[in-house]
Design a binder for this molecule. Structure first.
Ligand code: GLU
Length: 277
């Protein structure tokens, strides 16, 4: 159900970008976009020369990017998709390097050139499009609430000026909740591990972010549960430095071939089967 919706969206957006590309190519030969100022190389050329893609990923977000302290490996849906994209672009899924980002640090790290792309539960938004470019949407989440089981909070309508809401800096979740319930105080943390620890310690009554991230937390500790309906749409995209069209195109064709081969669904099911509504 979910996947069908996602696939349809990806197909439509892919078609739209092909049409847009055709329109641009037909009349505009100002091709300065896509070049990396000083070096004269675009990011895709740099990646091919380096023979490795550097992805900014989460290290503390179960199901998407979580570092196992015993093995030192980072695991999750975003990680598996990143590895497969490295295979599509460079021929080998090990030609990938992961760098930890948080919601707050990811755009600055990308624009500084420390990472080539962000694949880290990142919502495509008009505001962010002013700073970065995005691939096609590869996952659809929606904002929700996580509470201790038995809490009197059962939906967003139960939030008041007396309910402290925990959220993470630099996320769409903080902006969305402030807009939806301006009177509720928001306590912000650096990352999702800290935010969940704060919820467990009772520093707030509710933690808000994407349902997909909250599902990972609830699967870790079953004294917590998701409540209410999703109250936003959070379509995830892979962020790339502005103007890096060749690289964005390569990521998009990689995503498309993962979908048509069925590998995308296999990876999706391995992380989310039965966990998401
Ligand atoms: N998808 C939302 C965002 O991009 C929340 C998850 C996150 O903080 O990465 O901000």
């Amino acid at each position: 159900m979910f996947k069908k919706k996602k696939l349809l969206l990806l197909t439509i957006t892919a078609l739209m970008s092909v049409m847009l590309l055709a329109a641009c190519n037909s009349g505009d030969d100002n091709a300065s976009g896509g070049k990396d100022g000083d070096s004269g190389k675009n990011v895709l050329e740099t990646i091919k020369k380096r023979d490795k893609i550097i992805f900014g990923v989460k290290y503390d977000t179960k199901l998407f990017g979580l570092k196992d302290p015993t093995t030192g490996e980072v695991e999750g849906f975003d990680i598996d998709i990143a590895k497969q994209l490295a295979k599509e672009i460079l021929g080998d899924e090990t030609k990938v390097k992961f760098v930890e980002v948080t919601s707050k640090t990811r755009i600055p790290l990308l624009n500084k050139g420390d990472i080539d792309a962000i694949i880290a539960t990142m919502t495509v938004s008009e505001e962010r499009k002013k700073e970065v470019d995005f691939s096609e949407v590869y996952f659809e989440a929606g904002q929700s609430l996580l509470v201790k089981k038995g809490s009197s909070i059962q939906s967003i309508d139960d939030l008041t000026k007396d309910t402290t809401v925990i959220a993470v800096k630099g996320s769409t979740s903080t902006d969305n909740i402030r807009e939806a319930v301006p009177e509720a105080p928001v306590l912000e943390f650096e990352n999702y591990a800290e935010a969940f620890t704060a919820l467990k310690a009772g520093k707030g009554e509710v933690l808000t972010t994407d349902d997909s991230i909250l599902a990972g937390m609830a699967s870790e500790d079953d004294s917590f549960e998701l409540v209410g309906e999703k109250f936003t749409e959070e379509p995830y995209g892979i962020a790339v430095k502005k103007g890096e069209k060749e690289f964005t195109d390569a990521l998009n064709s990689g995503l498309e071939s993962l979908i048509s081969s069925g590998d995308f669904d296999t990876i999706y099911d391995s992380w989310f089967d039965g966990l998401l509504k």
